[in-house]
Structures are given as C-alpha cells and as structure tokens.
Design a protein around this ligand. Structure first.
Ligand code: FMN
Length: 355
C-alpha cells in the first residue's frame, strides 16, 4: 500500500493510543514488524502554541519511522497552522482524529463530533492538505454518530475530495461500546467507494482476525490497538503468516520476559523513576495476560513500590510459570474482560472507551 513515496506494504499498523503509544511502545512495535506507528493524539492548539506537553508527545526517534502524528482539533485555521509546525519534525503523515468519543473531547466539537458535519470536516482536511507541503494528510473515523446515523461513506468521499491520502475506519459508531461487534460490512462499502487506501480497525486480536478482515473487506491494511497491548509479537506473527503462510503462535514465557525487560528499560529511560512506574506496571500485566497465574501476578504487580521491586515480581512470575507453580492455566476470563474493557483492572464505572 502506497501513499505518495511512502510504501507501507500490508503490514499491520499500530493504532494511536493516548497514554500508551509512547516512544518505548512504538520502538518495540517497530522492532517486531509494525508497518506504521502513531504518536498519541496531540492538541492542534498545543502544537501552534509550542506547548511543552504537546511537544513531548510529538517528538519521536528515527527508529520509530514510518510514523504518523495524530492531531485533535476543530478549527480549520488552527489545524492548518498546527500542520505547518508539525511538518518541521518530519513525520511521514499527519492524521486528524475524527473518532474519539470521550465527552471532554466531543463537547468541544472535536474527535468523533467532526463526523456530525462532513462539510466542516472537508474544510479541515483542505486546510491541512494545503499547509502540509506534500506530507500526506489522513483521517481516522468511526462509522457515524450512532447506528441510525451512519455516514462514513459521505465522510470518506468528502475527505478524499479535499485531499486526504488515507482513511482508517474503526468499524463502530461513536455511541457503540467496545462490547458491540465492529461491522465489517461498512469497511467493504467504504473501500468500494473511494480510491484512497482504506485501513480497517476494530477488535482484531489475532493474525487470523486480520487476514479474515482483509479478505472479507478488501481493505488495504489493518490497524490494531488493544490487540497490541503487551503483544508486539502480533506484528511479526501477521507478517510471517502472509509472507510464509506460517503462524508461529503465542511466544514462550521466556521470549515474553525478554521483550518485556527491554520495554521496561526503555520506559525507565523515557520517563525516569517514579514517572515510569505506573506505565511499567500496566505493560507488565498486558504482556502476561495470556499466561497462567495472571490474577496473582496482577495483585503482586500493584503492590510494587518501585521498578526494582517490579522486576523482581516479573522474574518470580516467570519462574513460577516455568516450573508449573500455577495449577490453573486458563486466563480466558481475564482476557474476555480485557477485550471488552480496555484497562481491565479498573472498576466498571471507570472503564475507558477511547477513539
Ligand atoms: C488505551 C486506548 C487509547 C486510545 N487512544 C486513541 C487516540 O488517542 N486516538 C485515536 O484515534 N484512537 C484512540 N484509541 C482507539 C484505538 O485507536 C482503536 O480505534 C480502537 O481501540 C479499536 O481498535 P481495537 O479494537 O484494535 O482496540 C484508543 C484506544 C485505547 C484502547
């Protein structure tokens, strides 16, 4: 799949994820074969004002390329100005978020609220494209406001007419929660209606899910969010599956441990103690969610007061897995909850439903 001179192949893309797709996450995903990574979403206004936090989220290392910067905004003029600032960082593409359903975003008519007004959304894409000096402008959308107001085809056509180079469709509406099934029929319809590359997204958890979605919809590529948490292996598994017809399956505990240690080192370097501790805990749990003893591990991880202790807990957990300490090897319950609720250890009322 090509966007101008940028050849992204059909490799899986890492979805933008707020508070998750930091530099450490992107480096690991890239090393394991991700075709495109994304920054966390950043505020267009923050980019124009050179806001410190915005710049921190915007910066990336060359090894994370190809990389897209995702921005959030509503005012075409500000988004145009933001693009002029962001291209100085030399990203491979700039993506406008038209999918985030979180109240504090949509109440400012940003994110998924942009789907309500395709004409306005077209003006945004035009301003961004005019300002981008040739850097591809892309968008990430949901199907529409709710199941009765699906307008993704109008959105896709308007975006294409105004210069967008690629559209990613999360096959749910703004009103849908994660436990509703994504509707792949709409991915197929969008693909049939526009010439720009279409990327399918929503509940892809295994390489086989991705192959099935691509086969059934004709999408040019796929983007994966929750399925990549603690699971950079999904990228190489998918690449192997389509290139050699082999799925190497879920990795051994030793392999997971090795990659997790590397990820934790990167987090320590990126954030330093104590900031990295919460991120290190989250990631440690994600890496081991498919393995025995996850409930006990979860409790232990949350008791860690520093990264040194966390590493000890991880090593102990690995040891217990290897010597058959855990009698029950069925983490299915945790995994089902994980798929439905993003951060599965949070209480029901705190569950996030982002993008
Ligand atoms: C923790 C988390 C943070 C997210 N943050 C963003 C974001 O910043 N921008 C965005 O477009 N989507 C965001 N999303 C939505 C994902 O990119 C993706 O569209 C959605 O989770 C569906 O894909 P999945 O079923 O593979 O998880 C986020 C999702 C999660 C789980």
């Amino acid at each position: 799949m090509k966007i101008g001179n940028l050849d992204l192949g059909t490799k899986l893309f890492v979805a933008p994820m707020a508070e998750v797709t930091d530099s450490s996450f992107r480096k690991i995903a890239k090393e394991h074969g991700a075709g495109l990574t994304f920054t966390q979403m950043i505020s267009a206004l923050g980019a124009v004002k050179n806001g410190f936090e915005t710049l921190r989220h915007l910066s990336f290392h060359r090894s994370e390329k190809p990389i897209g910067v995702q921005i959030l905004g509503n005012d075409p003029a500000i988004l145009g100005e933001a693009v002029k600032e962001i291209i100085k960082f030399n990203p491979d593409l700039i993506d406008i978020n038209c999918g985030c359903p979180v109240e504090k975003v949509v109440c400012h008519k940003m994110g998924a609220a942009l789907l309500d007004d395709p004409v306005h959304m077209g003006k945004i894409i035009k301003k961004m494209t005019d300002a981008s000096g040739g850097v591809p402008i892309t968008l990430k959308v949901r199907l529409g406001k709710d199941r009765k107001k699906i307008n993704v085809i109008e959105i896709a056509k308007t975006a294409e007419d105004n210069g967008a180079s690629m559209i990613t469709v999360h096959a749910r509406t703004r009103a849908d929660k994660y436990d509703s099934e994504p509707d792949w029929n709409w991915l197929k319809k969008v693909k049939e209606q526009v010439k720009i590359p279409v990327v399918g997204n929503g509940s892809l958890f295994t390489p086989q899910d991705v192959v099935k979605m691509l086969d059934e919809t004709g999408c040019d590529s796929a983007m994966i969010a929750r399925g990549a948490l603690g699971n950079p292996f999904i990228f190489e598994r998918f690449n192997n599956l389509i290139e050699k017809g082999i799925d190497t399956g879920i990795p051994s505990v030793e392999t997971v441990n090795k990659v997790l240690h590397k990820h934790l080192k990167l987090l320590q370097a990126e954030y330093g103690e104590p900031l990295c501790l919460d991120k290190a805990k989250k990631n440690s749990i994600w890496y081991f969610r498919d393995y025995a003893g996850i409930d006990e591990f979860l409790n232990n991880v949350f008791s860690a007061k520093d990264c040194f202790k966390l590493l000890e807990i991880v090593d102990d957990h690995v040891e217990k897995n290897l010597n058959g300490y855990y009698k029950h090897s069925a983490p299915h319950e945790v995994n089902t909850r994980f798929k439905k609720k993003v951060l599965f250890w949070l209480a029901e009322e705190n569950v996030l439903t982002l993008g």
